[in-house]
Write a protein that binds this ligand. Structure first.
Ligand code: SIN
Ligand code: MN
Length: 262
């Protein structure tokens, strides 16, 4: 899937792009059912909220066929190859649950802030591309972006290991306030099957999910191959060390998988 010149211009300006309803409801429902099975597993890759509810499952593409297929899907891999102007490898893979009632906050952060400081990623030539596996609304803990914040390089941040079970470099309130005054603060919402891509420098967060509704999103963090990480402080299944370029699968790979399983 190739991005249009208008989409490239918009990404450069805003730091993200949103693609409503890119995958079918059946494809999204298939992956959601696989996510629910994974959250039941006692695996070290499945991290939990303080009360035991699943928060995120790392590296699901290495042990689940549906997520392996999504991890090389051309709808995800090709736009990122285009935006980064080169081959990409999988730096990180997460299936985030943000469970009803219990799904807790992701504080304000830039992903590259963590990838640079903890994994020694040389430059921000990496980004997230995600697929909604549930409808994402204002009510169920959507992602929140500060449009244009990717233009400011790595911003001030403090290491937060206390708020949630997931340590990250949290942007300071002064910086978040200034960036929001400059470019606003928005939450892209849409149906299950929608796709979102955002710069690794885009400042983002998500509030707790106090609603009774699921909000599952799967994220590929793709990095241009020559920009691979240089420090190995985190487990391999959080910050991958296989820098092999991803070869995109055929466009109908997921559709066929869903048909064969039903
Ligand atoms: C992230 O920032 O990496 C995840 C946020 C979310 O899934 O709400
Ligand atoms: Mn993030």
């Amino acid at each position: 899937m190739q991005l249009t010149p208008e989409q490239l211009t918009q990404f450069d300006k805003e730091g993200y792009l949103f693609f409503p309803d890119l995958f079918s409801p059946e494809e999204a429902a298939f992956l959601k059912a696989e996510a629910l099975k994974i959250y039941q597993l006692e695996r070290e890759e499945v991290w939990r909220e303080k009360n035991g509810t699943a928060r995120t499952a790392f590296a699901a593409h290495t042990y689940n066929e549906g997520f392996r297929c999504l991890g090389a899907h051309p709808n995800l891999v090709e736009p990122v190859q285009q935006l980064l102007d080169g081959d990409v490898y999988m730096h990180q893979y997460k299936v985030n649950a943000k469970a009803p009632f219990d799904g807790s906050v992701w504080q304000w952060h830039q992903d590259y802030g963590t990838w640079h400081r903890q994994d020694g990623m040389p430059s921000p030539r990496a980004m997230n591309i995600g697929v909604f596996l549930d409808d994402v609304t204002a009510a169920n803990g959507p992602l929140i972006f500060l449009p244009g914040s990717h233009k400011h390089g790595v911003v001030d941040a403090e290491y937060d290991i206390e708020t949630t079970g997931y340590p990250l470099w949290e942007c300071t309130r002064e910086t978040v306030t200034a960036l929001a005054k400059a470019g606003g603060c928005i939450a892209p919402t849409g149906k299950a099957g929608s796709m979102i891509v955002f710069s690794s420098l885009l400042v983002h967060a998500s509030p707790p999910n106090i609603s009774p509704l699921d909000r599952t999103i799967v994220y590929l963090s793709l990095c241009e191959t020559s920009n691979h990480i240089t420090e190995f402080n985190r487990p391999e299944w959080i910050a991958h060390r296989d820098f092999t370029p991803i070869q995109p699968l055929p466009k109908d790979c997921l559709t066929k998988l869903v048909q064969n399983k039903s």
